[in-house]
Design a binder for this molecule. Structure first.
Ligand code: ADP
Length: 384
């Protein structure tokens, strides 16, 4: 005889039989057997302990539906019983049981129906699981989700409020700078150093203005309020204008432009599309050496217009590419180059392009340069 109750490796059958009975009665789940009409014919001790009923109060006296809440009784008749009739089993059905002291206990039922050879139901065997922990867990999960959503809402509200509040005084500052510049320009009343200082103030105010506009865009995207107009636009003319505008602010920096002569018409939002190309061109300039030109090319491919913005700058590490269009994301190599930014531009670019049913992609080699390609559907009402 060994210490674990086996003789010559054979199990002690008496102990095994006893433990089977014990397992049924005191299993960590309830067992109930019912007739097809729901009448209890066998229950284990665990179910009795959980609910407070005695065997005599249930067996042949009550039906399973009698100990369920009203809602549960309806669900029993409309879903659970028909499901058993139809497929012979039902899994993870959620009910609330009324215990003997009228406490409600959340449970989950797994039932298998026994049938005679002719297919008539004989009895239902059911495992009852306590769902208290699961419901508690689900409730906590829901609460955590609600809290996270509230925090997100609050952050969006703050973002939008802060951006609006910052915009008002800045607009006034910019207006006054412009007036001052115009007046002093006419009167030639500033010396060169003061004029330079005024120009720097104007440039920095512009920069601040752009940052605030980006924050407002983020808040619009997050609250689903970023909308685009749908009017016919000639992309060639629009990109030409943007290139000209950016070029006019650059001293000795070249933007090469390759553009078809015939117009490429799309349905879109002029201001928002300008923003897209300004952003991509500014990035190409920002992330490449001032001595090296950048290139913008437009072409038609079947029913789409493709706009490429190419630079021979610092490039993007391969690991960063999949995250590049995420909000606030900046690749590691920009720190080494000491180029400032918020990591918002490409996020907004992608949103705008997608609102035009288009796409934006990037190919890049670190240290060699990047090409951003915007693809937009041409106006389908016009012949291509
Ligand atoms: P920001 O330029 O303000 O950081 P963006 O959203 O415009 O924000 O760009 C996100 C990131 O993508 C940048 O921080 C940079 O890492 C990378 N990136 C964008 N354009 C280029 C480019 N032309 N060359 C190299 N990296 C780029």
């Amino acid at each position: 005889m060994t210490g674990n109750g086996e003789t010559n490796g054979a199990p002690d059958e008496r102990r095994l039989e006893e433990s089977l009975e014990d397992l049924y009665e005191h299993a960590p789940c309830g067992y109930i057997s019912t007739l097809p009409d729901g009448t209890f014919i066998k229950v284990n001790q665990t179910f009795l302990d959980w609910t407070g009923y005695s065997r005599e109060e249930l067996l042949a006296v009550k039906r399973l539906q009698d100990v369920l809440t009203i809602g549960g009784q309806i669900f029993y008749e409309t879903h659970y019983a028909p499901l058993l009739d139809m497929q012979g089993f039902a899994n993870e059905i959620s009910f609330d049981v009324f215990c003997r002291d009228r406490r409600r206990m959340p449970i989950l039922l797994n039932t298998v129906q026994q049938r005679d050879p002719a297919g008539n139901p004989l009895l239902n065997r059911t495992i009852v699981l306590s769902a208290r922990d699961r419901r508690q867990y689900e409730r906590e999960l829901q609460q955590a989700r609600k809290k996270a959503e509230e925090a997100l809402d609050l952050r969006n509200q703050f973002l939008s409020l802060a951006a609006h509040e910052l915009k008002t005084p800045l607009t006034s500052i910019m207006g006054h700078i412009e007036l001052f510049q115009r007046r002093t320009g006419k009167e030639h009343s500033l010396n060169e150093r003061d004029e330079r200082a005024l120009r720097t103030i104007a440039e920095q105010a512009q920069r601040l203005n752009k940052m605030i506009a980006s924050l407002l865009d983020i808040s619009r995207i997050e609250t689903g309020q970023l909308a685009v107009e749908q009017v016919p636009i000639d992309l060639c003319a629009l990109v030409n204008q943007v290139v000209d505008e950016v070029q006019s602010t650059l001293a000795g920096r070249q933007i090469e432009l390759l553009c078809p002569i015939q117009p490429l018409i799309i349905q879109g939002d002029e201001l928002r599309l300008r923003q897209v190309f300004q952003n991509l061109i500014q990035n190409a300039l920002k992330y490449s050496h001032p001595d090296v030109s950048i290139a913008v090319a437009i072409r038609q491919e079947q029913a789409e217009a493709l706009i490429e913005v190419r630079d021979r700058g610092i490039g993007i590490p391969q690991t960063a590419v999949p995250q590049l269009f995420n909000r606030f994301y900046r690749a590691d190599n920009v720190d080494q180059e000491n180029v400032s930014g918020l990591g918002i531009g490409l996020y907004v670019v992608k949103e705008i392009v997608e609102l035009h049913s288009g796409s934006v992609t990037v190919t890049s080699t670190e240290g060699e340069g990047s090409t951003f390609t915007v693809c937009l559907p041409l106006d389908s009402t016009l012949p291509f």
